[in-house]
Design a protein around this ligand. Structure first.
Ligand code: ADE
Length: 232
């Protein structure tokens, strides 16, 4: 049976999975085991930030032998095309707080830009399409989804100037605090991965208040996409 590793940094980002996949404790603190769509699902509440995310991947790989990793949750929107609760699917990820970032490119084997697994990206795109079709048929509001670059760092971005810099420097759609570390660790382990984020704020001066208001609903929306992927 396929083993899927799901990573969310915060309770809000894993609660849907734990509930809907009937997850139970494992021997490892913060990792829960459930099942869905004929798959074993290992859900890790990693804690916030890059180191926690990297530890989560390594534990899921070493202890639970997962076949692939999905990291889902919330993000600050950077692209001016995004609205709150829109979905961003990772095409590639990099760090915005690794300076100078090209050290990584000049010192192989792991470069600064980490490409997500193409097939998993495609599955996420299809999941968004299917969900939107269903929502439309039910007369409900649909949502936008985008595929592009996500930048991660150990900081909650709450400055329009910093957000602009991330847009200019990386052509990033959104920023968060774990994705690139999940990508990096998954790459090192040769495990396919994708990151799926829903926009909770615009990484500007209103970000703290917006995060507070939208964290739960945005985390649920990202989980909604993941569930659709796993149902197939
Ligand atoms: N996650 C959600 N919003 C964020 C922001 N503005 N900065 C970093 N991580 C986030």
């Amino acid at each position: 049976m396929k083993r899927i590793g799901l990573i969310g940094a915060m309770e809000s980002e894993v609660e849907t999975f734990c509930r809907d996949f009937n997850a139970v404790d494992t021997d490892i603190k913060g990792i829960f085991k459930g099942s869905f769509g004929g798959k074993e699902i290992y859900i890790c509440k990693s804690g916030i930030g890059k180191v926690n995310a990297a530890i989560a991947v390594q534990r899921l790989v070493d202890i639970f032998s997962v076949d692939c990793i999905i990291n889902s949750g919330v993000a600050g929107g950077i692209s001016e095309d995004l609205s709150k609760l829109d979905i961003v699917i990772s095409k590639r990820l990099t760090y915005h707080d690794f300076n100078p970032i090209d050290i990584l490119d000049r010192n192989p084997p792991y470069g600064s830009m980490m490409e997500a697994d193409e097939k998993m990206v495609e599955k996420a795109v299809l999941a968004c399409r299917t969900l939107n079709k269903n929502l439309e048929e039910e007369g409900k509001d649909t949502f936008n989804s985008f595929v592009g670059t996500i930048v991660s760092g150990d900081c909650f971005v709450n400055s329009a100037q910093k957000a602009k810099q991330l847009r200019d420097d990386f052509d990033a759609l959104c920023t968060e605090m774990e994705g690139a570390a999940v990508a990096h660790s998954a790459k090192v382990n040769g495990i396919p991965f994708v990151i799926i984020r829903a926009i909770s704020d615009f990484a500007d001066e209103d970000a703290d208040a917006s995060f507070e208001s939208f964290e739960t609903v945005a985390a649920k929306r990202a989980a909604f996409i993941v569930k659709e992927i796993l149902s197939k």
